[in-house]
Write a protein that binds this ligand. Sequence first.
Ligand SMILES: N[C@@H](CCC(=O)N[C@@H](CS)C(=O)NCC(=O)O)C(=O)O
Length: 216
Amino acid sequence: MILIGQYDSPFVRRVAVSLHWHGLPFERRVLSVFNDLTAMLAINPLGKVPALQLDDGEVLFDSRAIVDYVDGLVPPERRLVPAQEPDRHRVLRIEAVAIGLTEKLYERAFEQNRRAPEKRDQAVIERTERQIASALAWLEALNPSPWLHGERLTIADVSTAIALTHLREKLPTLSSRVNAPALMAHRDRCEALDAFSRAAFSASEARQSQGIVGSS
Ligand SMILES: N[C@@H](CCC(=O)N[C@@H](CS)C(=O)NCC(=O)O)C(=O)O
C-alpha cells in the first residue's frame, strides 16, 4: 500500500497512525495539495489528501473511508472503531466532533497562512474560532483518563490527539489561549506512542508547501 500525502496534514496522519497501530506496512508518496495539484488531481478527483493506493492499484480517498478499510483488515477486537454497539456509535460520535474540529482548524489556518492579509475575513475568523472553542470544550469535558471512551485507544483518541497537535503546530497563538489541560495531556500521551511517533507531525514537509494561494 502507498499512502499519499504529507505529515503536516492531520487527515493523512490519522491514516498513517491507524496503519502503524495495526502493524500494516506501507510506503509513502509525499505530494503537496498545493505544489503538486496536477499530480493530486490524477490520483483523487478532488485533488485532496490522504489517498491510499492499494496493492492492486485501486485508490481510496477520504480519511474516514481509508480508516474504515484499514480497520477491516484486522480482527474485530483490535479495531480502532469498535465492532460492537454501544461502543461503536459512542466512539464514532466523539470522532465526528474531533474530525469537525480538525476541519475548522484547517479552515482557520488556511485563512491565516494561505490568504493574503487584505483578503482575510474577520467575521469568518471569529465564527470559526467560536466553533473551535466549542468543540474543544466538549472534548475536554469528556476528561480522557486515559482514553476518551472505554479501556483502550480508539479512532476517537487518534483523531482528537492529532487535532490538538495540529492546533499547536499551525495555530500557536490560538493554541496558547486554549485552556484544555486534559486534552493536552491526552495529546502528549498519544503522541508518545510508537504508532504516532512513526508518523509525527513534519515541520519540514509543512515548509515544502508554504505560501499564499494564487500568488505564484
Ligand atoms: N474529509 C477529508 C478532508 C481531507 C482534507 O481536507 N485534506 C486537506 C489537507 S489537510 C486537503 O487535501 N486540502 C486541499 C483542498 O481542500 O483543496 C478527509 O477526511 O480525508
